[in-house]
Design a protein around this ligand. Structure first.
Ligand code: PBG
Length: 329
């Protein structure tokens, strides 16, 4: 018999709450979340103006954030340092300093809660360079690939030595996953995972993040010679395939909302966890809508997170993570 009205009425199962609950196809859980935190240089919390509700956290406050996350069932934190201006340089060598803000942040969390939560650390030079680019510049201002990869390897080893559980290269240099994997193996960090920002687009949604890590005023030009063109989808599959071949344990698509098709394609094609990063501009967009009275923040947030899950994401990095985890209760 053909499926047709009135024998088939799709509204039947939507009529009551209990029935909607029964037929729901996707469910959110706090373990789907990764909570990104900015580390302040100094002793006080510093609100980030372009991210209302988000502050840079001083080293002394990180243990409490980690405990809050653990209580909420969030399995992993992602760290980003706001490096002081006098520690930024053309070559970003502060990234390899074992006592930099990032490494101190990792230790602050691991000393307090050990393996009760995972710590994921961003591997890229932009929080450390005086020019705000993710890599080393040649005389013409082009971001050099292979020299940058060498610096990223040092940065990743430095983070692993401090106790990072997952290094997450976000720079989009070619070949960096293989180089970092090999160095981790040789340096005694066989169990340190790599989450590759495999399909990271040159996006206008990173604005508030650059504010938060202090690179807004520094960055000249754009990142289009290494981050991907928003018009390309097939190329994202090539990026992901390469990162898997080089040893990535999981991959990420970034930003999130405008790239749900990429998340779905990746989840269908590859048998490893695919994460999505709901980036700073996406956070700001939700907050702006809520602040203007155009929508309810919590409802918007849960609808969007459900969309990521429906698209096939294994998890989502979100500055809303603690709020979302409470809503999932
Ligand atoms: C740095 C990095 C960026 C983000 C994460 N890692 C910014 C950029 O590439 O310019 C953006 C995250 C966000 O916007 O929330 N390589």
């Amino acid at each position: 018999m053909a499926i047709s009205y009135p024998a088939t009425r799709l509204r039947r199962s939507r009529a009551t709450g209990w029935s909607r609950e029964m037929v729901r196809e996707h469910r959110l859980h706090p373990s789907d979340l990764i909570w990104p935190l900015f580390i302040a240089n100094g002793d006080v919390e510093e609100p980030v103006a372009s991210l209302p509700g988000v502050s840079r956290i001083p080293l002394s406050g990180l243990a409490d954030k980690a405990k809050e996350a653990i209580d909420l069932g969030i399995p992993c934190l992602a760290l980003f340092p706001n490096t002081p201006a006098d520690r930024r340089s053309d070559d970003g060598e502060e990234a390899a300093n074992p006592d930099n803000l990032m490494c101190s942040g990792i230790r602050a969390i691991k000393d307090a809660v050990a393996d009760a939560i995972g710590v994921l650390t961003d591997v890229a030079l932009d929080p450390y360079t005086s020019h705000g680019q993710d890599g080393l510049l040649d005389a013409a201002g082009y971001v050099e690939n292979d020299a940058t990869v060498d610096a990223l390897v040092q940065q990743a080893l430095n983070q692993a030595a401090a106790g990072s559980d997952i290094v997450a290269p976000s720079d989009m240099m070619d070949g960096r996953i293989g180089a970092i994997r090999e160095a981790l193996e040789q340096d005694g960090h066989a169990n340190v995972q790599i989450m590759a920002y495999a399909a990271k687009y040159a996006s206008a949604f990173y604005g508030p993040f650059r504010d938060a890590v202090g690179s807004t005023g520094l960055l000249k030009g754009d990142k289009k010679s290494y981050q991907m063109d928003p018009a390309n989808g097939g190329e994202a599959m090539r990026e992901i395939a390469l990162d898997i071949a080089e040893g990535a344990d999981s991959v990420m698509v970034k930003p999130g909302l405008p790239y749900l098709d990429i998340v779905r394609m990746a989840a269908d094609r590859f048998d490893l966890p695919v994460y999505a990063y709901m980036v700073s501009g996406e956070y700001a967009m939700i907050e702006a809508m809520a602040a203007s009275g155009a929508g309810d923040r919590d409802t918007l947030l849960m609808e969007i997170l459900t969309g990521f899950k429906r698209a096939g994401a294994s998890g989502v990095l979100s500055y809303h993570a603690p709020i979302a985890a409470r809503l999932m209760g």
